[in-house]
Design a protein around this ligand. Structure first.
Ligand code: GTP
Ligand code: MG
Length: 455
């Protein structure tokens, strides 16, 4: 009871504009009440700063802004003023204030505010900020600066060639093999051969294959009297090529491409890239969201449709995938699409339903195009290396797979897995995924692949 009276006494005092009573209210967390009272004492230069501070703390920037604009500029520091201008959308004023403050953070903010609408001015701010930035900040700034320079045409946007992209994609595996560094200049002896074998195994070429390969090299070295690594390397390349040379596969040109693979292997991304490639060739491309298992999967395909400029057929989550395929093919026939790319769900843990689902889809396709299912592509994730072999076997059992797409080579040091995938599955490798961009899709050329891997 007593406490209750005491409280309201305090509030009464606060209501009258008593500064220390108001501060006590705030201390007790009754900020809304304090604001209500202080609003009535805005004219009081002693109380006004308290109100300002409260507004800032509570994120009520518009009210704080009004205090600064209509009562007293000096309520806020220059940095706070800049923030307020930014929050109420007075971008030019915000930029002016940030510029005056001139510390890293302020210059960065100014650069960000101008980035879209006034790239030139934005660049100036980023360059000023760069001088004050630490190493981490510099990295971030460099990205913004490059982006703007590209936009302004100040740097040439170099289109990466086929080989450069493959090189980049295989970087991790190449670094693991380290042929250039570790082996250069060394003589061929047991130690080198063992090290080579170990590295090949780590690059996921497979224990059996690595042993066999090194054994062949050992014999060859004796037979041809090979003494140095530099002499041995071409032999190694030749051997590697003999393992994967017959897996060269070119993507067939045609109408319907069906994509299979477990969750996350890269089906949807590959479809997006391929759609982009076909669009660039002037084809009319239709995507089919045959993965109806998750709504996110449908949305993801929609995004790729947008990015690549392709059209899409989809139904709601949980719809029968074969019926979506039916609808897509009907549309493709009626409206004369050149290419249809069909996404599917890859739930391997439900093996039987998966097999049934895929077979049903194939039947639908055959109804429309009895002669021509252009490609059934199995998408495998290179980062799991040889594990993809067992996955592949399940899909192979379900339907005829005409080609393999090996994705995420760029994120993996397991590029060596190409060898067992090729030699055990005996399915041509048709495409390689070497990144997440629209153009990060390549043909598989065994010779170039071996050269890039071992250079
Ligand atoms: N670095 C890299 N990432 C890739 C590549 N291909 C796909 N990814 C990424 O791998 C992840 C999975 O790719 P998705 O295309 O969604 O795989 P999905 O097979 O459709 O997966 P579900 O729809 O879950 O069955 C995404 O984060 C992609 O960005 C590639 O070539 N390189
Ligand atoms: Mg997907």
């Amino acid at each position: 009871m007593f406490g209750f009276f005491k409280k309201s006494e305090e509030e009464k005092l606060a209501e009258k504009g008593d500064k220390s009573a108001i501060l006590k209210l705030i201390e007790k967390g009754k900020k809304d009440k304090a604001i209500e009272i202080l609003e009535r004492f805005k004219e009081d230069p002693e109380l006004r700063p308290i109100l300002f501070k409260l507004y800032m703390e509570e994120g009520k920037y518009y009210y704080a802004y009004q205090l600064v604009e209509y009562y007293d500029k000096n309520l806020a520091t220059a940095k706070e003023r800049a923030l307020l201008y930014e929050k109420v959308g007075e971008i030019q004023k915000a930029v002016e204030e940030y510029s005056k403050v001139g510390d890293y953070e302020s210059l960065y903010r100014a650069g960000m505010l101008l980035k879209e609408a006034q790239p030139k001015e934005s660049l100036e701010f980023f360059e000023r900020a760069f001088k004050l930035a630490n190493e981490i900040q510099k990295k971030e700034l460099e990205e913004h600066i490059l982006e703007i320079k590209k936009k302004l045409g100040l740097v040439e946007v170099k289109k990466e060639g086929f080989l450069e992209r493959l090189r980049k994609g295989l970087r991790k595996t190449r670094e693991l093999l380290e042929f250039g560094v570790i082996f250069a200049g060394r003589k061929v002896d047991e130690e080198l051969l063992e090290e080579l074998e170990e590295r090949l195994i780590r690059a996921d070429i497979g224990v059996k294959t690595a042993e066999q390969l090194v054994e062949e090299l050992r014999k060859e070295a004796i037979r041809k009297n090979i003494k140095t690594w530099e002499e041995l390397l071409p032999v190694l390349r030749e051997k590697l090529l003999s393992y994967i040379g017959n897996c060269k596969g070119e993507l067939k040109e045609g109408k319907v491409y069906l994509f299979l693979g477990v969750n996350g292997s890269g089906k949807t991304t590959t479809i997006g890239k391929l759609a982009y490639r076909f669009k660039s060739q002037g084809k009319r491309v239709l995507l089919c969201a045959g993965d109806t298992f998750r709504s996110a999967a449908i949305e993801q395909l929609q995004v790729w449709a947008q990015r690549s400029g392709a059209d899409i057929v989809y139904k709601e989550e949980g719809a029968d995938p074969a019926s979506v395929v039916y609808q897509a093919l009907e549309k493709a026939q009626k409206e004369n699409y050149d290419v249809v790319l069909i996404d599917t769900a890859g739930r391997l843990h439900t093996k039987e339903p998966l097999i049934r689902e895929l077979r049903k889809i194939k039947q639908v396709i055959q109804k429309f195009y009895p002669e021509e299912l252009t490609e059934t592509l199995l998408v495998l994730d290179a980062t799991i290396g040889q594990n993809s072999l067992s996955q592949a076997k399940v899909f192979k059992e379900a339907v005829d797979v005409s080609g393999i797409v090996l994705t995420k080579l760029d994120g993996s040091a397991k590029g060596g897995a190409v060898v067992p995938i090729c030699s055990e599955l005996k399915i041509p490798i048709k495409l390689l995924g070497v990144g997440e961009g629209l153009e990060d899709l390549q043909e598989f050329d065994p010779k170039t692949f071996v050269e890039e891997l071992t250079s």
